[in-house]
Design a protein. Sequence first.
Length: 290
Amino acid sequence: MFTDDKSLFLTGNEQKVKIGWQPGFARVLKAFYLSLKISMDSTALKNKKIAQLVDENYVHAYVLYYFGIRFDEFPEDTLEQTCNRKGLKVEQVVRELENPTHLKEADLPLISYPVDLIIEYLKHSHFLFIKHKLPYIARLVNSFKAEHEDYNAVERDLKIVFPLFVEDFIQHIYEEEDTLFRYIKALERAVKGNFMPTKLFYLIEKHSVQKFAMEHEVHDDEMEGIRRITKDYAVKSNSPLHVKVIYNELKEFEKSLITHARIENEVLFPKAMALEARVKQMFFEKAKLN
């Protein structure tokens, strides 16, 4: 139906004056356009091929992996076709692709946290490394078929070096939890008066937070060899998609390790050293009384 209402052709400001512009209406209009845009974006994602989705954002490969979709398995199928093939709800996959909740790291004021909570935070990071990130990267490396003269040597070397790195890394993590974390928790219990003198004396004589910190520095650049193999994760525009995904995951994993090490070096160790000093002072004062 047509109208001859000239108000439709007024400028934005003129329209506001004529109809008595309401801020609430503006918010409703904005929300409508936003929901329309989200709907259009979701439809666009459904209709994109898997290879295109991953090439646009390498993180998509990780999201798809945890839905049981390997990006190199059906690269030419659309997301909707692949979800139907796998029996997945495409809307759920789209939501996670748009806002990957499992990738978000909590931004916590750890410096103000007590030692036991910092340790729990670090142990949770260990869990994510060992049970999520490393298995995913290992699968990428195992299925890596370079078929490109620039990356044949990289494929060979990564398949040798990465499993060794994982083995060493996991051993380091378990040793840290079984020795350092256990020792710090014992110190915390001692400060609260919960300790056996003979056992505490043995622990203090056997362990030292400062020694743990010095040994920890040796492990702070565990990925040096992998950086050398990948030439600092450098890719070209014509690099194979599999190479781009692997390099991106290795680079992001190294960033996570750097953050993890910084939390231990700048937050955990200073707090643990202060705790250890308090316990030693308390212990020797008690020994004098006896």
